[in-house]
Write a protein that binds this ligand. Structure first.
Ligand code: BT5
Length: 267
């Protein structure tokens, strides 16, 4: 493991938290920070509570998938109590992806892009993933972010449908995870404040600016069907709009891969 002074005290001190991070739970290891944050949310944890684990043994992705989380990454979850209409919840994931991309740029000096719905790419490969899970009657939402920071390439999963990478691999050396985590929590705090202050159009504009999806021919797999088309925009609820031979299709949730001529094409 790479030692980069990643400790609770250092993060708490440097963060000087606003809403997000005002309560910081730190664990050497957990099955899943989302699971722990959901447990805390269910027993009344305050909005902005953050759970960090240096390693997860049962990290989870969307739709029941797993998330590889060895020591060296940044694995964290935030308890949110958003007073947003339920249809607006996906915007939290988009806002978080933008926050992660910005934190990567400021703390690691790498250009990051977002892929719908809420992946973060560096060099065209997935470096971070986001999982939001809502509680009963949407009383709370847990926002989980997994960022492959100082994870050696050999410890990343190989059998993935898209290329994966880490900041360690992209930067050619370890980055300061404390600094990255502080930048991430601050960016999240800012984006969430904008979202709550009726700033959804601003958040969507940020997302469009760093999008790697819009303007590309894509194939989207939803729970019930596969749709191919040109990704033309996201709507006010963060749904993806595809131009297909049958007209514009609106996709609320799904997995995106590049299709046809777009495959392998990278800016
Ligand atoms: C995601 O799911 O991208 C959401 C990942 C969220 C992880 C965070 S870590 C903190 C918090 N606590 C948790 O337990 N989870 C959250 P999805 O789009 O379904 O992607 C999952 C797929 O990505 C897997 O099926 C693998 O193919 C691939 N994958 C697994 N681990 C990865 C990694 N470390 N980096 C990149 N890709 C990975």
């Amino acid at each position: 493991m790479i030692v980069d002074a990643y400790t609770r005290d250092r993060v708490a001190e440097e963060l000087d938290a606003g809403l997000i991070g005002r309560s910081l739970h730190w664990h050497a290891t957990l099955p899943s920070t989302n699971e722990e944050a959901m447990r805390l949310a269910a027993v009344g944890a305050a909005e902005g509570t953050v759970v960090i684990a240096e390693e997860q043994t049962a990290g989870r992705g969307r739709r029941g998938r797993g998330w590889t989380s060895p020591a060296g990454g940044v694995w964290l979850s935030v308890v949110l109590r958003p007073a947003l209409p339920v249809g607006g919840l996906p915007l939290i994931g988009l806002a978080a992806a933008v926050a992660a991309a910005r934190a990567i740029q400021s703390a690691a000096g790498l250009r990051a892009k977002v892929k719908w719905p809420n992946d973060v790419l560096v060099g065209g490969a997935k470096v971070a993933g986001i999982l939001t899970e809502a509680g009963p009657a949407a009383a709370w939402t847990v926002l989980g972010i997994g960022l492959n920071a100082n994870v050696p390439a050999a410890l990343l999963p190989h059998a993935t449908p898209y290329p994966v990478t880490s900041l360690l691999e992209q930067a050619g050396g370890p980055i300061d995870r404390g600094h990255l985590t502080v930048a991430l929590l601050r960016e999240l705090d800012h984006a969430y404040a904008v979202l709550r202050g009726n700033g959804r159009e601003r958040v969507l504009a940020w997302w469009r600016e760093c999008s790697d999806t819009l303007g590309r021919p894509v194939r989207v797999e939803t729970m019930s069907r596969v749709v191919e088309g040109l990704a033309v925009d996201v709507d006010g609820d963060g749904a993806l709009l595809l131009r297909t031979p049958r007209g514009i299709e609106r996709i609320v949730a799904g997995d995106v891969t590049l299709s046809g001529a777009g495959r392998g094409a990278r800016p």
